[in-house]
Design a protein around this ligand. Structure first.
Ligand code: G3P
Length: 215
C-alpha cells in the first residue's frame, strides 16, 4: 500500500519523508488554510521535497472553471494532481483534464457509485472519506471494500486513496481491504510506528547489553 501524508505542513512532510516510506501528499483547502499559505506556492514547495503525487484542490464550481484552474495547477509541477469535489461538473472536468494527461483526484467520495462514476470519467484517484462516515455512524471500511471490489471487477486503473483517516485502525481497515493508498495525518503516522512492547523490548535489550559490557 502506498502511503501519502495528509497535510500542508512542510516540517511534517520533511520529517515523514526522511523515514523513507512516503509516496505522496494530499492537501485540501482546510489544511492549506491551517498553514495560512497560498496553495500554489505551497504545493510547489511540497513537490520539491517529495517525489510522488501531490494533490492540490481546485476551488472552482463549474466545469469550464475547474478545467482552467486544473490546467494552471498542473503547470506548477509534473507531480501535481488536481483534486476536484465529487459532482456533475467535476465529472465533466475530469473527463477533459484526464484526456489531456492531467491526473485528477476526485474527492469527498461517500458512496461506491460515486467512485464508479469518477473512475468512468477517467479519475486517476478517488478519495473515499472513512472518518467522516464513521462520524455519522456508518462504517467507512465498508465503503473502501465496496469501491475496491467494483473497480477490480471492471479493471479500472483508478487508484483508491483512503482519506479522512483519524487513527491507525483506519489505516488497518484500508490495508486489509487492499486499498491502493492511504493518506494519513502526521499524528497517526507517528502512532503507527510505536508499540509499548517494542519500546519495552528495546529498553530490555539496551539494559542487557550494558550489563554484558560490564562482565
Ligand atoms: O484530505 C481529505 C481528508 O483526509 C480530510 O480528513 O479528518 O478532515 O475528515 P478529515
Amino acid at each position: 500500500m502506498k502511503i501519502f501524508i495528509d497535510t500542508a505542513n512542510l516540517d511534517m512532510i520533511k520529517e515523514i519523508n526522511s523515514w523513507g516510506i512516503l509516496d505522496g501528499v494530499t492537501t485540501n483547502p482546510s489544511l492549506i488554510a491551517k498553514e495560512g499559505v497560498d496553495v500554489r506556492a505551497r504545493v510547489k514547495e511540497i513537490a520539491e521535497i517529495v517525489n510522488g503525487p501531490i494533490s492540490a484542490e481546485a476551488m472552482s464550481m463549474t466545469c469550464d472553471e475547474m478545467v482552467k484552474e486544473g490546467r494552471e495547477l498542473a503547470k506548477i509541477h509534473p507531480n501535481i494532481n488536481v483534486k476536484l469535489p465529487m459532482c456533475v461538473e467535476s465529472l465533466k472536468a475530469t473527463k477533459i483534464l484526464s484526456s489531456e494527461g492531467i491526473k485528477v483526484n476526485v474527492t469527498l467520495i461517500f458512496s461506491p457509485l460515486q467512485a464508479l462514476l469518477a473512475a468512468k470519467a477517467g479519475a486517476a484517484f478517488v478519495s473515499p472519506f472513512i472518518g467522516r462516515l464513521d462520524d455519522i455512524g456508518q462504517f467507512g471500511g465498508d465503503l473502501v471494500a465496496q469501491i475496491m471490489t467494483i473497480l477490480e471487477n471492471y479493471g479500472y486503473e483508478t487508484e483508491v486513496i483512503a482519506a479522512s483517516i483519524r487513527g491507525p485502525n483506519h489505516v488497518l481497515e484500508a490495508a486489509l481491504n487492499g486499498c491502493d493508498i492511504a493518506t494519513i495525518p502526521y499524528d497517526t503516522l507517528k502512532k503507527m510506528v510505536s508499540h509499548p512492547k517494542t519500546d519495552e523490548g528495546i529498553q530490555k535489550f539496551i539494559a542487557d547489553y550494558e550489563k554484558s559490557k560490564k562482565n
